[in-house]
Design a binder for this molecule. Structure first.
Ligand code: SF4
Length: 457
């Protein structure tokens, strides 16, 4: 028996009589309706073949904004692939690089990568879109984007503190595929697929292996999640994530987002995705038209390094922003990839230029085999200190540690306060100069209070 929810839709234009109708919703009743969406594994056909397709609508002039790196890569390796194929996100998905053997066609493996090929039983798959590979195929193994995507042998080293589920998500999942950690919001994991797999992924225990690792089909998990949200009126904010939700088809996404939007107590929908950076072709005019129907809808973009900000990713982000979708970024702090003030500043400036507000820097979670990616916590604090006051406040995200065991995000700040006592706060500014703020209210000697009491008011 499915949970019933009621949705109110205005049937009058703004300014006229305020009339509403009630529509009953029963999520489990929609299973039959949904089944056709799952009939074809269109997007995750892993063979490396080229399927001619018509150019997606709105992409006729896309080539004018192709990055130089992309043009060079295409002419070298995909000379026979026409624009309408290259700019088709489904072609990009179908032609992902999925193995070391395929990768060897484009670049020379380093000793660390070769050792990974020989010794690693890749529990977490390798997958890189041709577009994203074009950004680093001719760079050495130390290149930040290459390090974040190509497995190195260090993944086989584990430490005691590491865990497959360091954030305790499984223990906070009341139904499969939904994490309810904070009182008023939930994380709705709607797919286990991504277009590219980041080697440091917090959810590598579930992501990348498709549905066959799950006994419950995805369609049932969607319905279970929707029923749960619907029956918990305290939930006002739903973060749709995965995997990467933007690897779902337009029809699947529309069904999901509209179903969440129909739940009366959900105020805010957020989508967490790396797609604009690794598969910008996915941000089609049609997708944007779908998403903009369900405002307030925010998109959180996983951005790693300034080299990801290309003409293609810029166009994708601007297209979302033009649809009134507020964009924020999330960046994992990664050793040898983005762990310097200079790199982070370049990334955040570049994001602001394409209307993405830097939102979070995460301390890298202690997932199994992540030692070579993790930095000290002090590194993150130093980066914030190097940004705050030295550049626009909008370019300074919050540095957080997602507390192991499921404690949630905890902000970690540089300490600017030198002393706080006796009605005085002694502080250092960004330039290390000292200033004193009179905290008179805390000391109980506010002159205004004395004045007003004396006036008998
Ligand atoms: S895009 Fe996100 S979910 Fe997918 S592999 Fe990267 S970090 Fe994991």
């Amino acid at each position: 028996m499915g949970h019933k929810a009621t949705v109110c839709e205005s049937i009058e234009p703004p300014g006229s009589r305020n009339t509403t109708i009630s529509l009953p919703l029963q999520f489990t009743d929609t299973v039959q309706e949904l089944l056709p969406l799952f009939k074809e594994e269109t997007y995750f056909n892993h063979s490396l073949h080229i399927v001619p397709r018509k150019a997606p609508r709105g992409f006729s002039s896309y080539n004018k904004t192709e990055s130089y790196e992309v043009t060079r890569f295409r002419s070298r390796f995909f000379g026979s692939v026409v624009d309408s194929q290259w700019n088709d996100w489904q072609w990009q998905i179908q032609n992902r690089i999925r193995s070391f053997e395929q990768l060897g066609r484009f670049l020379t493996l380093s000793p660390e990568e070769r050792a990974a090929q020989q010794s690693l039983d890749l529990h977490f798959p390798l997958s890189i879109t041709p577009y994203y590979l074009s950004l680093f195929y001719d760079k050495d193994a130390c290149h930040p984007l290459r390090k974040s995507m190509v497995p190195q042998v260090f993944e086989s080293l584990n430490s005691e503190a590491e865990a497959a589920d360091p954030l305790g998500e499984e223990s906070q999942s009341p139904v499969p595929g939904l994490v309810h950690r904070y009182p008023d919001r939930v994380l709705f994991l709607v797919t286990t697929n991504c277009s590219c797999y980041c080697r440091y992924c917090t959810r590598s225990r579930v992501v990348g292996n498709g549905d066959h690792n799950h006994s419950i089909p995805m369609i049932d998990r969607w319905n279970a999640g929707l029923n749960y949200i619907s029956s918990h009126s305290e939930i006002r904010d739903v973060l749709i994530s995965g995997g990467d939700p933007l690897t779902l088809s337009d029809d699947q996404l529309q069904w999901l987002v509209s179903s969440v939007r129909k739940i009366p107590h959900v105020e805010l929908i957020r989508i967490g995705t790396k797609v604009p950076m690794v598969l910008p072709q996915r941000i089609t005019p049609q997708l944007v038209r779908i998403l903009k129907r369900y405002h307030p809808l925010f998109v959180s973009i996983h951005a790693t390094h300034p080299d990801e900000i290309t003409k293609e990713s810029s166009e994708a982000c601007c297209r979302l922003a033009d649809a009134g979708i507020p964009l924020g970024s999330q960046t994992v702090l990664l050793a040898g990839i983005n762990d310097s003030v200079e790199t982070m500043r370049r990334l955040f400036h570049a994001l602001l230029r394409i209307r993405v507000r830097p939102y979070y820097i995460y301390q890298c979670d202690p997932i199994v085999g992540s030692g070579h990616f993790r930095t000290t916590v002090q590194k993150g604090i130093d980066i914030i200190r190097g940004l705050r006051g030295h550049t626009s406040g909008y370019a300074v995200p919050t540095f957080v540690i997602d507390a192991p065991g499921g404690g949630g995000k905890i902000p970690v700040m540089p300490d600017y306060i030198v002393e706080h006592a006796n009605g005085r706060v002694v502080m250092k500014n960004y330039n290390d100069d000292t200033f004193v703020y009179p905290d008179e209210k805390a000391a109980g000697n506010m002159p205004e209070a004395i004045l007003w009491e004396g006036a008998g008011i």
